[in-house]
Design a protein around this ligand. Structure first.
Ligand code: KG4
Ligand code: ZN
Length: 349
């Protein structure tokens, strides 16, 4: 079954064709970064307008790059939550119209569940380096979902059976990267810029505080607002002429603390659940320091999507969409978009 996946939840206008939930036939991601960069953040109105302008061409290119005709698409999958409401509605409406016009099924999926599905996709059949797909037997595992809007540590028993263990009590980790980069004028988007700069900095130059959450209740929760403010408050001091440190030192010290916070909660969850396989997803899963720190954990099996599948893309939507469709599930045409995460079970007691 060939599924067209549509993703417009934020600032990437993306479409892909995936066969049988695993093989990527095409994956087109049109980024809106240059349009949001002057504001150092995503402007929702600009985002939805760009999606309206681009979605038809992006979907058409995805079908053509897959070497297919419109007639050979068997179903459509689309992100319906969470995200910017105006942006979500563009993709959702496009997907519904496509499915209705072609008389094929469509399925609306949760963006965060799709991020966790990304490592199951095969990016290039001719390349033996692609990550081993996690077959059904790969469950359960611990999920680490880290993006611009969410930070979730969860237990995954199946692609759609996911229990949240911990989350952020304030800012998301990606948001902290973006805000620090914005205040220091490092560039946009913050995560990729800080990741690169940190390679040339001293991560011990600044000692930023770790959040002290109440241990019993929050063993798997994280907090980033304190770190973000501590780094931003350093700015005046940092700008003084005799300051011996560089921008790269700030980037490296911030990044180290941000990852330490994440790993403390993740390792608590691994210890308490006994789960040793960790699957990461979301834009921050592209972070090279996070990847290297986790790959050094020899007692854990850490699986990351390839870099191009960490950020938002249509392939993960088509991939997870196939799994629902294979069970015979479809979505009604009157389904609407939601800004909130919808696909998770509540926290453990
Ligand atoms: O999943 P994603 O593309 O969009 C959302 O669903 O939010 O994640 C975007 C987030 C942004 O905050 C961006 O700064 C961050 O992922 N990001 C990174 C890196 N690449 C993207 N953060 C740290 N290191 C990176 N290499
Ligand atoms: Zn995302």
């Amino acid at each position: 079954m060939r599924v067209l996946g549509i993703e417009t939840s934020c600032d990437e206008c993306a479409a892909a064709v995936v066969e049988n939930g695993e093989i990527i036939l095409s994956n087109i991601v049109m980024t809106q970064i240059p349009f949001h960069a002057p504001w150092s953040g995503v402007v929702p109105e600009i985002a939805s307008r760009k999606h309206i302008e681009w979605i038809y061409a992006v979907a058409k290119e995805a079908i053509e790059k897959a070497g297919l005709s419109v007639e050979s698409i068997n179903a459509v999958a689309v992100t319906s939550s969470p995200g910017l409401l105006g942006s979500l509605l563009v993709g959702l409406t496009f997907a519904k119209a496509f499915a209705w016009a072609r008389n094929i099924p469509y399925i609306a999926v949760d963006h965060m569940l799709a991020h966790l599905y990304a490592p199951r996709l095969m990016t290039d059949l001719s390349n033996s380096q692609f990550p081993v797909p996690i077959q059904k037997s790969g469950y359960p595992f611990l999920g680490l979902l880290v993006s611009g809007g969410h930070t979730i540590i969860c237990k995954a028993d199946n692609f759609d059976d996911i229990t949240v263990l911990g989350t952020t009590i304030d800012d998301a980790v990606g948001e902290a990267f973006d805000k620090v980069a914005k205040y220091y004028s490092f560039g946009y988007p913050g995560g990729t810029v800080i990741d690169k700069m940190a390679n040339y900095g001293n991560s011990e130059a600044f000692h930023f505080p770790m959040p002290s959450l109440h241990k019993g209740d929050h063993r798997y929760d994280v907090s980033y607002s304190g770190l973000k403010n501590a780094v931003i408050n350093q700015l005046d001091l940092f700008k003084k002429k005799k300051n011996p440190h560089t921008n790269e030192d700030i980037a490296a010290s911030f990044q180290k603390t941000a990852v330490d916070i994440l790993l403390r909660a993740l390792f608590n969850a691994a210890e308490d659940t006994g789960l040793t396989t960790i699957v990461a997803g979301g834009g921050v899963a592209a972070n090279s320091y996070l990847r290297s720190r986790l790959s050094r954990q020899t007692h854990l099996h850490c699986i990351f999507p390839p870099i191009e599948l960490c950020g938002d893309n249509g392939a993960m939507i088509a991939g997870i969409g196939y799994q629902y469709l294979a069970r015979g599930e479809t979505s009604p045409l009157n389904l609407t978009a939601s800004a909130k995460v919808s696909g998770f079970k509540k926290k453990y007691p």
